[in-house]
Design a protein around this ligand. Structure first.
Ligand code: PMP
Length: 395
């Protein structure tokens, strides 16, 4: 008999090597959360600089109250999917709030952002269609494409000329064409050059989906994401987003203006065949969307904090994921063992960041990935820079 776990032996060996250097860097436990930016980890008060809690909304009093009230009034869970018993008035209300926030006609809410990509991509594209993916796309985008059964064509990261070439080559393919981009790429923090990609729409007649997971609430004059920042929302046919970052809850959405958009509810397996989000989760998401709309100054604080960390790292001479400032700030490291060692040393000095290793990274990079929050104080950002100076720059 072949043991089904044989294929996982390399993972077990890699894990053992990591544990020999310290703790489990990809499964660290927060014992207690003290604020959006601080936690007790292994008994030590730690600055959280790798949480995607961009707006620092997780401890907002009004948001927490909304969750508690929903728990009291609607119970712990919906015990069903959206197409059975799992649609409550509040799910519809969240969809309406988001549609208004986004300036879109339609919005559908999913239980996670991962499922939003799975659902939207597999709902839009079918076996006769072709999906064009940036090589650095998030796994949920690749998995959505696999689920769709569509033909997958990968193009070089952020390279519109390469996409142009590939679209020209597949001109005779039957079916529709869906191009998928991300607002801010989660590992390196760079933006898609949206204008260059949009310029190809006229020539190649494709529909465009932008995953604004890391840019929703963060970029643009209305906080709607990269398309908002670039003034190109009309060209982005579909938007996907998540509640697990700027919204500080869990869930995801897909939005658009297509007259048949609502039919997707009956064509997306990751929407139809899973339970809907719990009342407390939906209520906190609604309150958080309202907070984002009411308090644009959070975006300004996030931008200032991102610049502070970015400039601090630049002054230390680090090679970073990209040259644009975004709340995702990744420091490139030499190799896996040194990255794990430095990650442990950062944690021991009271700073938590994400460790990102191949195959989860572009170009097999080893990264210490920070994400900045509007809730970080100047002193917290400065402390992160100071600890990186000691541990990573050796100063
Ligand atoms: N898209 C991108 C680009 C992401 O980075 C993520 C999560 N890291 C997701 C989608 C999935 O979001 P969620 O955590 O809500 O499942």
């Amino acid at each position: 008999m072949t043991d089904l776990f044989d294929k996982h032996k390399p993972i077990a060996e890699r894990f053992e090597r990591m544990m020999a250097m310290g703790v489990n860097a990809v499964g660290i436990t927060n014992d207690k959360l003290l604020s959006p930016t601080r936690a007790l980890i292994q008994g030590r008060e730690t600055i959280l600089a790798g949480t995607n809690n961009y707006m620092g909304i997780t401890f907002e009093k009004g948001v927490i109250e909304a969750g508690k009230k929903a728990l009291d009034e609607f119970g712990t869970g919906t015990t069903g999917s959206r197409i059975a018993n799992g649609s409550y008035a509040m799910h519809k209300q969240l969809e309406a709030e988001l549609a208004t926030f986004l300036g879109r006609k339609h919005c559908i809410v999913f239980t996670t952002g991962y499922q939003a990509n799975l659902g939207m991509i597999s709902g839009l594209a079918g076996p006769r269609d072709t999906v064009y993916l940036d090589a650095d796309s998030h796994s949920s985008i690749y998995d959505g494409c696999t689920l769709s059964g569509a033909k997958l064509v990968r193009f070089r990261h952020n390279d519109a000329a390469d996409l142009d070439k590939r679209l020209s080559r597949s001109e005779d393919n039957e079916g529709g064409k869906l191009v998928v981009l991300e607002g801010i790429y989660s590992m390196l923090g760079d933006r898609a050059p949206l204008r260059d990609f949009v310029a190809l729409k006229e020539k190649h007649k494709f529909q465009l989906l932008v995953d604004e997971a890391h840019s929703f609430g963060v970029l643009g004059p209305h906080g709607r994401g990269l398309a908002d920042e670039a003034g190109l929302e009309a060209e982005a046919d579909f938007v996907v987003g998540t509640f697990s970052k700027s919204i500080g809850s869990i869930g995801g959405f897909g939005a658009g203006d297509h007259p048949l958009f609502e039919t997707l509810r009956y064509a997306m397996r990751p929407y139809m065949f899973t339970a809907s989000s719990s009342p407390a989760t939906i209520a906190t998401s609604i309150a958080a969307v309202k907070t984002l709309a009411r308090e644009p100054e959070r975006r300004d604080a996030l931008r200032r904090n991102s610049e502070r960390l970015f400039n601090g790292f630049r002054n230390l001479g680090f090679e970073m994921g990209c040259e644009e400032v975004s709340p995702v700030i990744a420091v490139k490291c030499k190799d896996e063992p040194s990255t794990i060692m430095m990650w442990n040393a950062l944690l021991n000095a009271g700073v938590y960041v994400n460790i990102a290793l191949p195959p989860g990274t572009p170009n097999r990079l080893c990264l210490l990935r920070c994400s900045v929050s509007a809730a970080h104080s100047d002193a917290e950002i400065d402390k992160v820079i100071e600890v990186f100076a000691k541990v990573v720059a050796g100063r």
